[in-house]
Structures are given as C-alpha cells and as structure tokens.
Design a binder for this molecule. Structure first.
Ligand code: NAD
Length: 296
C-alpha cells in the first residue's frame, strides 16, 4: 500500500476562506474587527517563524493582530501584569503567549493568568477541563485541527484503536481526550504512549489511527505500524541540512518513506498538521470575538 496524503495546506486554505467570509459578515453587521494579541518572550527563531505565520494568517482572514515582544529577562510578575492589561482590554478578543517561554517563568502559571474567555490557544485549565467533560470550550488548536482533518477526509474513528505517542498538555493529552470522548467526534479506544512507555512498537503496531507528537525525528518507522494505518505526524523539528539555503530542513516524527509505504493515509511535514493549527487559531479568535463559547 502507498499512502494518500492528508493535505493540511489545502484544507486549511479552504477553512481560512470560510473564516474570512465570516469575519467580513461579522464586521459588516457593525461589529468591531476581531483582534488577536500575541506575546513573544525572548528571541527564538522557530517561535518568530510561527508568530509570523499566525499574524499573516490573521491579516489574510481580516483579523487584526498585534505582537508584543518582551525581553527574555522579563519576570513572571511583569508578564502577568501585561496579561492582566490585555485581559481587561475591551478591544482584545484573543491572547496568545508563544511557547516556549524562558525557564524562570512558570508556564502553567502564565497560561492560568490569561482570561479563559480569551484563551484562543485552548490551553487554560478551564478550557482543558471543559473539553474533558464535554462542555463547550476553546479547543486546543493542534488537536482541533487533527480532528477537523479526519472529519474532512471521512476517516472513521468510532470504535477504532487510536494510539497517541506523546502526552503533552498542548497536543498528545488533549487529542487523546478528544478521540476517546463517547459523545462527540472521537468514540475511539485510545492508548497514550510517552517516553516511559516500554516497548513502543507493541502499541503502535496495533494502531488503526496513529498520532505522533514527540519532537523526535524519525521515531516511528515502517516496521512499527500495520498495513492500512492512518498516520498523523505532528512533529516539526529543525534538522541541520547544509544542502538547503537556510541550513536546515523540517522533519516530522515519522520516517515518511517507510511509514507511507504501509499507511493508507499520512500527513506530510511540512504541509500537514501545521497549517491546520493556524486555521484553528483563526477559528477560535473569531469565536472569542463573537463571545460564542462564554456568553457571561
Ligand atoms: P513536548 O516536548 O511537550 O512533549 C513530547 C512528548 O513526547 C512527551 O509526552 C514525551 O514523553 C514524548 N516522547 C518523547 N520522546 C519519546 C519517545 N522516544 N517515545 C515515546 N514518547 C516520547 O512536545 P509537544 O509540545 O507536544 O510537541 C511535540 C512535537 O510536535 C514537536 O516537534 C513540536 O514542534 C510539534 N508541534 C507541532 C505543532 C503543529 O502545529 N504541527 C503544534 C505543536 C507541536
């Protein structure tokens, strides 16, 4: 078998076109243009690229955005003060802190400082908690993008064995929750693996749907999956490559060629999950502007 491509670039453009029309309609009805406030702490080339992609997407769909760049010496107290101001600002609909942030700042404490009604990344415990019990919430963008993609390509998850490799708060854990929920899109039997999992292959080989989010390039090889598996490769790692102009290439967590040989569907890296994440951020920002999730 040779896998068909789950084309995140194509699908994200389609979604973005629809969000763009919704934003226009919202503004034409006399509402304020939705606004995303991005906060970037310190200098990190990958983060700068991601923020650039997000603010460009905002521009393309008609959402206003602003990026505040803070030095990596900023204290947790100062950063919370900045967030508090954006929480109060009536013209700010969504707040996004680009991760990672410097080690001297407690990440979870910063995420909790964001008003959950403006948490368009969907990382706040209020949103994660509501997601877990099946209440409306901002859904974390990468997991939401994955579910959206499976739905668009009519890939069934009900009753399937979904194996998630990687258990982070922003990808692995929430996507596992979404896939396993009985009352909405998932309905899968879900296994979560992480760096302490013994004999990873024992789990991956049994997957009907394999989601990999580890940041370990080439971790999953063709020998670790079964024929016909659907593979979502979330990983994006810069790997040194002096044959390219920029000196690196982007690598996923799967050894694409050997895995694609056996899979029925697979996401490319880049062009798979990444653009879907950005599209979901646009969707969440518009939802925030419309107060569609939290109406109080
Ligand atoms: P993380 O570092 O927070 O978590 C990594 C997870 O992988 C952990 O649960 C860890 O236990 C597990 N892991 C690490 N090595 C492993 C191994 N050998 N076997 C099994 N599990 C292992 O990472 P994250 O923030 O979830 O990101 C994961 C990857 O996804 C990164 O490459 C990141 O850049 C990428 N990412 C992509 C998008 C996107 O939009 N495409 C969004 C977020 C993250």
């Amino acid at each position: 078998m040779s896998a068909s491509i789950l084309d995140g670039k194509f699908l994200s453009q389609k979604i973005r076109a629809s969000i763009s029309a919704d934003v226009l309609d919202w503004v034409e009805k006399g509402n304020r243009t939705p606004k995303l406030q991005v906060i970037l702490v310190g200098e990190n080339p990958a983060s700068e690229t991601y923020v650039g992609a997000k603010t460009k997407a905002c521009k393309d769909v008609g959402i206003e955005s602003d990026t505040l760049i803070l030095p990596d010496t900023v204290s947790e107290y100062e950063l919370k003060g900045v967030i508090s101001e954006f929480n109060k600002d009536q013209n700010t609909d969504g707040i996004l802190i680009q991760l990672p942030i410097p080690d001297h700042i407690r990440k979870l404490s910063i995420i909790e400082a964001i008003d959950h009604r403006k948490d368009v990344d969907g990382f706040h415990p209020m949103n994660i908690g509501r997601l877990t019990v099946g209440q409306p919430s901002f859904r974390p963008c990468t997991p939401a993008g994955i579910l959206e993609m499976l739905n668009y390509y009519s890939i069934p998850t009900k009753g399937k064995h979904a194996v998630v490799v990687g258990a982070s708060n922003i990808v692995g854990s929430p996507v596992a929750v979404m896939l396993s929920r009985e009352n909405n899109s998932g309905k899968a039997t879900t296994t979560i693996c992480h760096k302490f999992t013994k004999d990873l292959t024992k789990h991956t080989i049994d997957a009907d749907l394999l989601i990999v989010a580890t940041g370990q390039p080439g971790l999953i090889t063709g020998q670790m999956v079964k024929e016909g598996v659907v593979v979502i490769d979330v990983g994006i790692t810069r790997v040194a490559d002096h044959t390219t102009e920029r000196g690196y290439r982007l690598a996923g967590d799967c050894d694409f060629d050997t895995v694609a040989e056996k899979a029925s569907w697979i996401t490319p890296v880049p062009g798979g999950v990444g653009p879907m994440t950005v599209a979901m951020l646009m969707k969440n920002t518009l939802l925030a502007a419309k107060n569609s999730i939290y109406t109080d």
